[in-house]
Write a protein that binds this ligand. Structure first.
Ligand code: ADP
Ligand code: MG
Ligand code: ZN
Length: 488
């Protein structure tokens, strides 16, 4: 939190609620069989239904419904056994029907919550399904204002969205960002949204008001649209906190309105006065049946839910004893996380596996621009390497240093590679004990010191032996032999 915001929040408490539109990654659109894909030749993925031609009938995409139910359950919502679609009327050139099919008074799901990594909880008010509108391309300018003319691309018209609305539980810009990051991860884990913010797969509207610290009643809010990156969520909220605080400090009143985040200028501007639900003339969509969801269906989808990020974090830290940084990266980086999960099935030392995956493996892959499952170092092979280290056949440091890059590229097994590169430690006791005895005889004074209990002398002898074996002897073994000689 910057110092200006910190100063303001001594006086006013920000109250924030988010509405996030997340695009469902189905193959086809919500009510027709057109392809649901980003990019592509403008207006190529269209048909009479998503073009809004008269007389056509929408048919609900079952996968979109299943995905929305899955998201609802992952967000701890109650999936309502009965819900329905409604028409939301408004005019804009990217909406050929003149209305959007959405859900109004009977949403798919309600009353959920998300636990954030900072320990806070954000309640979800509702999750509903709706179709997206098309896209306007303003020629020669970023927005309508200042452009000579605009083009309409209806590829996105009719693609499936869920809108996820929080209760006004959020209090800081950081918490808002954390919420959207967690929501994104949950949707990605469920496989229902690709979470690609740059392509608009998730879009965020921020509702924000201030109230004097210590009071209950919410202030008048502004709704900020077009906030489409984690960074701009934080910046837009901070800007709005400053703007509203200034108005309140001067004894003015915040106007309830919809504002637009201007990414380039780093400010919000008035877009329109806030519309009321009445303005949309919502009514039930007569061309679609109400949605009835059986408890079996909910049960089945519940059982399909993957381990969610918060649960994974818990396992990583409590069961595997990974530190915060390690578990953060395995939860955030899905590929690295699933590679680690595979490795862990073959090992009983999660800390060691984590150190390998995040250390030499991550460094090599980054340098070579490869991904985790792209090299010859499969989870099985990494577990063989770890076993060689455990058995004292190769030292951890020598494996980390000298087996690379061959371990990622060679067809030889880890043990064959150790052989070839001369990395094997001497683990045969009889091969070492003669030499250790010779060293002991060479330094009789030091040895009697050791014998009389001066433990520090031990490292002297281990050092001597390592020198003689050029570092290839296992220190544990040398220690063992020394112990035998002392008690002889
Ligand atoms: P609308 O449908 O007009 O956008 P909703 O009542 O559905 O309004 O609320 C939208 C979002 O605004 C929700 O996330 C809600 O938590 C949030 N919200 C409602 N009142 C306030 C307020 N006074 N200050 C900040 N956020 C608010
Ligand atoms: Mg709204
Ligand atoms: Zn279509």
């Amino acid at each position: 939190m910057n110092s200006v915001i910190e100063e303001i929040t001594k006086k006013y408490e920000p109250v924030i609620g988010l509405e996030v539109h997340a695009q469902l990654k189905t193959n086809t659109k919500l009510f027709c069989s057109c392809k649901n894909e980003f990019g592509g030749e403008p207006n190529a993925n269209t048909c009479p239904i998503c073009l809004g031609l008269p007389g056509v009938l929408p048919v609900l995409n079952k996968t979109a419904l299943d995905y929305a139910i899955k998201a609802s359950l992952a967000l701890n919502c109650t999936v309502n056994p009965k819900s329905k679609f409604d028409r939301k009327q408004y005019f804009y050139p990217d909406l050929p029907k003149g209305y959007q099919i959405s859900q109004y008074d009977q949403p798919l799901a309600s009353n959920g919550f998300v636990d954030l990594p900072d320990g806070s909880k954000v309640r979800i008010n509702r999750l509903h399904m709706e179709e997206d509108a098309g896209k306007l391309v303003h020629a020669g300018a970023e927005r309508l204002h200042g452009s000579a003319y605009s083009l309409v691309d209806l590829n996105r018209a009719g693609t499936p969205l869920t809108e996820i609305v929080t209760e006004p539980d959020i209090r800081t810009a950081e918490q808002a960002r954390l919420y959207v990051q967690e929501l994104r991860l949950i949707l990605i884990y469920c496989g229902v949204c690709d979470g690609n913010l740059e392509e608009g797969s998730m879009r965020c509207d921020v509702n924000i008001s201030l109230r004097p610290q210590g009071t209950e009643k919410f202030g008048t809010r502004a709704e900020i649209k077009n906030v489409n990156s984690f960074r701009s969520i934080q910046r837009a909220i901070e800007y709005e906190i400053e703007r509203q605080a200034e108005i309140l400090d001067e004894g003015g009143e915040v106007v309830q309105e919809t504002r637009l985040w201007e990414e380039n200028r780093g400010c919000t501007i008035t877009m329109r006065t806030k519309e009321e639900a009445n303005d949309y003339r919502y009514f039930p969509e007569p061309d679609l049946l109400p949605i009835n969801i059986s408890s079996e269906k909910i049960q089945n989808i519940q059982e399909e839910l993957p381990l969610l990020p918060s649960k994974k974090r818990e396992i990583y830290s409590q069961e595997y004893k990974l530190n915060e940084e390690e578990s953060f990266i395995f939860v955030e980086d899905l590929e690295r996380g699933s590679y680690f999960d595979e490795c862990i099935k073959l090992s009983n030392n999660p800390k060691k596996v984590a150190a390998w995956v995040n250390g030499p493996v991550a460094a090599y892959l980054k340098e070579q621009r490869l991904s985790y499952f792209d090299t010859k170092l499969s989870p099985e092979r990494l577990s063989e390497v770890l076993k060689l280290i455990d058995d004292g056949i190769v030292s951890d440091s020598s494996a980390k240093k000298d087996l690379i890059p061959d371990i990622f590229t060679s067809d030889l097994s880890p043990i064959e590679l150790c052989d070839k590169k001369g990395l094997k430690q001497i683990t045969d006791e009889s091969a070492i004990s003669g030499e250790v005895e010779a060293i002991v005889n060479q330094f009789p004074d030091q040895f009697s010191e050791l014998k009389s209990g001066k433990d520090k002398m031990k490292s002297f002898f281990v050092g001597q032996a390592m020198k003689r074996f050029k570092g290839k002897a296992s220190p544990a073994l040398i220690n063992k032999i020394l112990d035998k000689l002392i008690t002889k």
